[in-house]
Design a protein around this ligand. Structure first.
Ligand SMILES: [Zn+2]
Length: 274
């Protein structure tokens, strides 16, 4: 029963994420004006704006001018609903759920926007960084690196919140720093930009939420799947190797995997080699 509410809530959030995905790259407000048909500019009535249902009833067309509406609206709503339901099944109705769902919403917008427009808007990454820092004071990051470093400096016991603050800051610093270095190395080797500064800011956001270990895992997962799938895509589609990959999209999916299964993956990895 709660699951159904979480799913419906996810659909409504997904509806808003659609607005972000379509308006942020054009530097438009996400609050005003009300949604309009991009073809005939007729305002979309509330009863035609019901997540999933309206798209199906109108068969993906505008009620007034019959212009096609992108199926992306439908899929983003569905994906957000399913993601909310999935995170609820993992975390229950807890603070960890709120944290993962907030990160998930930001990542979904970034993943789709980078895929469509090769853009990672500051209006997502900057508020995302702030939210990650705020969440570190509510739900401990529990990375262990902050604690390790403070012990190194001879401090034995530090408050949980301070420890979590260190983890969050270290995550942003290491995540963004490593990605910046990778970008530089790629640029020196290939003589062209492989990733933009948007990816660096996105990784700062992920680091604030997840801490240094999971931020590094995110980069590892994103870079490996990105290069393998990217090469396969370039080979299959016959596009030139200068084709610009949506690296932020790979990072987005990787960060979500790290947020949910990251600790398990690291434990398995450390158990395997330790
Ligand atoms: Zn229309």
């Amino acid at each position: 029963m709660i699951g159904a509410f979480v799913f419906l809530y996810g659909l409504v959030v997904g509806s808003f994420l659609n607005v972000c995905i379509h308006r942020l790259p054009r530097h438009e407000s996400v609050v005003k004006p009300r949604s309009r048909c991009p073809q005939c500019s007729q305002p979309i009535a509330a009863y035609d704006n019901i997540p999933l249902v309206s798209y199906l009833l109108l068969r993906g067309r505008c009620r007034h001018c019959q212009a096609r509406i992108s199926p992306l609206y439908f899929f983003v709503e569905l994906a957000t609903g399913l993601l909310a339901l999935f995170l609820y099944s993992v975390f229950g109705l807890t603070g960890s759920f709120a944290k993962a769902a907030t990160l998930g919403a930001a990542l979904l917008v970034l993943t789709v926007t980078d895929w469509r427009e090769r853009l990672l808007p500051d209006r997502v990454t900057f508020p995302g960084m702030a939210l990650g820092l705020v969440f570190s004071q509510i739900i401990p990051v529990e990375d262990g690196m902050g604690l390790f470093l403070t012990r190194l400096f001879g401090l034995d016991a530090i408050p949980v919140r301070l420890d979590s603050l260190f983890d969050s800051l270290l995550g942003a610093l290491l995540g963004a720093g490593l990605l910046y270095l990778l970008g530089e190395a790629y640029f020196r080797l290939r003589g062209r930009e492989g990733m933009g500064f948007g990816d660096v800011k996105m990784m700062a956001m992920v680091g604030f939420f997840l801490g240094p270990k999971l931020a590094l895992l995110t980069i590892f997962l994103g870079a490996t799947t990105g290069s393998v799938l990217g090469l396969l895509f370039i080979a299959a589609s016959g596009k030139s190797s200068a084709y610009e990959l949506p690296f932020g999209s790979f990072l987005g999916v990787a960060a979500m995997v790290a947020a949910v299964w990251g600790r398990t993956i690291l434990q398995w990895y450390l158990g395997y080699f330790g």
